[in-house]
Design a protein around this ligand. Sequence first.
Ligand code: GAL
Length: 904
Amino acid sequence: MAVPTQPAPVLPAPVLPVPVLHAPPPLLDLSNHIYMINVKGPKLAPAEELEMSHDPIRQGAPWTANRRAALAMGLTTAGLAATHPALAATAARGGGKEGKNAGPDAGASPRRRVRLAEGWRFHLGHAADMAKDFDYGQWQRTYAKPGLDGSPATLATFDDRDWTPVRVPHDWAVELPYAAPIGPVPKDEEDSAAAHGFRAIGRDYPENSVGWYRLALPISEAGISKADKGRAVWLEFDGVFRNCKVFVNGYEAGGSASGYAPFRVDITDFLDTDGGPNQLALRVDASLGEGWFYEGAGIYRHVDLVSAAPLHVPQWGTWVRSTPDATGASLAIETRFANIGEQAATGAVRHRVIAPDGSIAAQTGPRPLALAALGEASQDESLRVTAPHLWSPKTPVLYTLETEVLVEGQVVDRVATRFGIRTLTFDGHRGFFVNGEPVKLLGVCNHQDHAGVGTAIPDALHAWRVAQTQSMGANAWRSAHNPVSQALLDIADATGLMMIAENRLNTTNPEAFDELDRLIRSSRNHPSIILWSVGNEEGHQASERGRHISTRLVARCKELDPTRLTTQAMDRGWNEPVNAGDAVDVVGFNYHSEKIADWHTRHPGKPVIGTETGSTVYTRGAYVNDASAHVVRAYDTEYPRWASTAEAWWSIVARDPSIAGGFIWTGFDYRGEPTPYPTLPSVSSYFGAMDLCGFPKDNYFYYRAWWRRNEPLVHLLPHWNWEGGEGKPVEVWVHGNCGEVELLLNGRSLGRKAMAENGHLVWQVPYAPGTLEARGFNAGKLAAQDRRVTAGKPAALRLVADRKRLSADGADTAPVRVEVLDAHGIVVPTADTPISFALAGPARLIGLGNGNPTSTEPDKGTQRRAFNGLAQALVQSAGTPGASRLTASAPGLTSASLDLFFHA
Ligand code: GAL
């Protein structure tokens, strides 16, 4: 570690203000840099004004400006929206006041929705020992007589007081110990242990692979009582990993084999309304994985309890298709209805379309509705919106369809459906267009995984990850390789992030079709989705069987959603006489961007994207390869044999307008599939432009430079702490988009170089401690600068959060960046200081991380080492308003504290 040779410089004000559309990323060596979540779309009203106290539509109350804004966004949950606009949409879905009735179909609506986040109890079962699995499967009772299930753990009488209280979303795998693989691992092959990031889960660990959850259902909060017995009641699960069975009062009510597709469980028939407890229990079996990456385990996405009138709109029962034209947009609305009553039911349905400004853009009068006893029906309606505001990545405006069911003139059910009006066009020669405007897809692929929490990512953390991604300049996200969470889709809608939504299974068994149905029905109203993906690198992709399977899946996509095109990610076989690419509208190239031009000459006019591109592997903040320590330098030089550098793929795709864009593998590091080192201590991949905490690696700035090229940027690497290396050459890179860059060491110019389009610059600089500076010039004028300053020994800690005001909703979460500083306030880029955390006030520490792909420290707890100067603490509201203080301390260092305010 070098001792500073000069006082820390005072950073000058930026020479040219950079127009910040999105959050500037946390620069690794800048001080206390507070950045904002990207805020687009309608400006939101203060929290207090967003609550709907009565039903303005039915009672004909005037629409106030604020109420308009709220309803246009579908908001009834004030806190989240006010503090975290990107979460407005997901708050509307029920993501706000968890445990309370919330959502667009809440408030005065007779429909009730209760988010089931609190009050759960959890216990590991056992995949091989029935006695340790709460006697599940004992004798024949599991299926012989419904209602007398073999496991006492499904009944209200079971004593679960020694089970662990947990909050949902919950991932139990992230708390399991690390374990070396059992048995020999074939050379250069990953086994399931590596896929899990060496967490002790899967067939080898039956004692860790089954989890039980129990919750007393709050049915009165959901409006269910003895007096009102006839209501339809169901549970909406957005994702449970995996193979889960759902029991209510001992009855097996439903479940899902898929760990990713959302599902509904009808529990109407199993509830007791006479005042007794109503016991929900889940047995979740993660013995088998579905992927080759870390997948977590448990109820890792939201669960809602919903109750509605006997005559109602069922889950995913509304579908809006819009076709804009020269003067307006035609809306085709399909609505499904269900009558759970044993008598025929008659009523009426009416729709209103609320524009982004809160005005009513279109409406229908009540249309009669007649359903048979226990019947279902659907109805088509068309509406016209004049001069619509079009959704696009830059203008992510949303309309809301309000659908009301009336019986004898009274509204008995109401649902709100957000949608956007836009056109999407893929042109095999000219690329991709949104509303007729060319848009290059600047994409990232991601799994759902983050430091500290695993797959159980709170909505606010999803929003933060999206903001980090958009700050890099990305406008698109491929959900690899499975259906994405509804929370993320809501955030994508609200922030203009375009999504490729992918099905998990590329096969034609009933389960694969069922998962595809659930994916599309649950998400087809989201304007952010631009493509359905039916597969990824399938073994049969280059065969007639592969083509036929994908053809059938594509046909089902078109049946469920004729408005969108389809893709499939392939890593070979594009030029085979028959291949899966023939089945889809847009061919996906995983890697091999250099082969696209040749392929295109054989398939002229066929749209193409890079479904996985690049794949530099790198350790954040490391600049010297060290195979023995599994450290990979963060220059854009290291990549696996099938992949390329960032610069190689982007240089090809950027200049070829016929390639609609590309999706880098990956935006964030993720656990499992540890590449390039498939053995312990590597537990996560090294692919991310950001590490597992979302801290940028240097390539983040390569992408930012060229993906946000109108904003002058220079970014210097490596750090400037090479004690002992005085006089020896250091390879210095500059990423950036300025026409010329000058490099200076301790004020002495090392020359100016011209930056090549989509390139980078390199200098060999004999090391001398001090300040290394890059200055970017456009047309001879200083436009951007960056510097690295030799840091001294660790002396203090600093805590930085993007937001200090959070909602007290029990879910809002702030990722707090922990920096190790020297005596002059410079981040020490090599520090691995052990840090202890303490938290006071109405908040909880839900996870810790540091972005080190070889760290096997626990994600939970109060201790974590820094890694190359940084660590991260995730602080979540505990559900009550007030101030909380996070304190970080380390032996011999000045501790740091950060106050966060949770408001009602
Ligand atoms: C691809 C695959 C991804 C990931 C990546 C690693 O083949 O689709 O899921 O495994 O390789 O390079």
